[in-house]
Design a protein around this ligand. Structure first.
Ligand SMILES: [Zn+2]
Length: 362
């Protein structure tokens, strides 16, 4: 009799064990499959056409991390209403897959709102991050989380970021969050977030959402004394995103190549691109270590109509001329590596960047 009860007990015990074990295995399998979903890293050097890239390569001792890419394409950058795009229309094209008017963020030419790839990914359970060297509400990053008819609505864009699903960000422009016409202090209102004041704090934070304002206004240029951050900051965000079980979407912008172009300042342009190039190195290493990743490196348009017109071959010291203080319509290159990278060869519209990345979103 005792043996009978023992057998019953043992059978239940092992059944129970089997059951919980199979659930656990199933969960592990799901996590693993999820983990295998493609991470997407989109890197945009604002205003960097082929001449900016070429000049930065020569200035960097004739080497660039871009030379590690095998797939290269070209994108046409015109907007819905102009051959010469601005960063809002081109950012929206890549983020949302629609051409729009210059100045518009996350809406089409008829002011209809579109979901960005970042938002679509978040809805599917991805994590997301952004690291930029402008303010975080500037046109390019804003295209990935905001919907406003004008890029100048910085306070509204900041408000929309405060309500967004973005998990990590590093960038400037704190004032748009705390010194506002509506007297709101968004930093205080963003209860799910931890705000840190340096990269060490960012790294050691265990919060689910972390924001790091690198400046109150727009960050200064490297020449003006900004501490190089894009590469080490990218490394920090990648570590955080990769420590989670879900895949991620990450936007990286070298924002100020464009500003150097507007200033017709060659040193400004090349120093900013060389920092961006170091960040590309960090991203490439991540792709090598995490093959379930798509890396796309591009620009939103060219700025300055730059031409390399002379230079010293022994010192690899290029000299250049700008032909405009504004943007140009020249096509910009697209470099890609990892899962789905072969989609990015050829010549296509900037809206295709969205659709080609979306092929990897499951
Ligand atoms: Zn731009």
């Amino acid at each position: 009799m005792r043996l009978f009860f023992f057998t019953i007990y043992f059978t239940f015990y092992s059944l129970n064990l089997c059951f919980s074990q199979s659930i656990k295995l199933e969960m592990q399998k799901l996590k693993k499959e999820n983990k295998k979903s493609t991470n997407i890293i989109l890197m945009i050097a604002d205003g960097a056409g082929l001449s900016q890239i070429t000049a930065a390569i020569y200035k960097n001792g004739n080497k660039s991390n871009l030379e590690n890419f095998e797939v290269v394409g070209l994108q046409k950058t015109h907007s819905a209403n102009s051959l010469i795009t601005d960063s809002a229309a081109s950012g929206t094209a890549m983020a949302c897959g629609t051409k729009t008017l210059n100045g518009a963020i996350g809406v089409d030419a008829k002011n209809r709102s579109y979901e960005s790839i970042l938002k679509i990914c978040e809805k599917k359970g991805y994590n997301s991050g952004m690291i930029v060297t402008s303010s975080i509400v500037h046109a390019t990053p804003a295209s990935f989380y905001a919907n406003v008819p004008s890029r100048a609505e910085y306070q509204e864009i900041a408000y929309q970021l405060s309500k967004s699903e973005v998990d990590f960000f590093i960038g400037g422009g704190e004032k748009h969050f705390i010194k506002r016409n509506d007297n709101k202090n968004l930093v205080n209102e963003m209860k799910d977030w931890e705000f840190v004041s340096n990269l060490d704090q960012f790294n050691s934070s265990t919060s689910q959402k972390v924001g790091y304002f690198i400046s109150y206004e727009e960050p200064p240029s490297l020449i003006e004394g900004r501490k190089p951050l894009l590469d080490i900051g990218l490394n920090s965000i990648l570590k955080k995103l990769n420590s989670r079980d879900e895949p991620f979407f990450l936007l990286v912008e070298g924002s100020q190549v464009d500003w150097g172009g507007h200033d017709n300042d060659f040193e400004f342009v090349t120093s900013e691109y060389i920092e961006f190039d170091r960040a590309i190195g960090v991203a490439l290493k991540f792709v090598d270590e995490n093959p379930n990743t798509l890396l796309v490196v591009t620009a939103d348009h060219e700025t300055g109509g730059l031409g390399i017109t002379s230079g010293n071959i022994r010192k690899f010291n290029p000299r250049a001329r700008f032909s405009t203080k504004g943007h140009t319509a020249t096509m910009v290159p697209v470099f890609s590596k990892g899962v789905g990278s072969s989609e990015f060869s050829g010549i296509y519209d900037n809206t295709e960047i969205f659709y080609k990345m979306m092929l990897q979103v499951k």
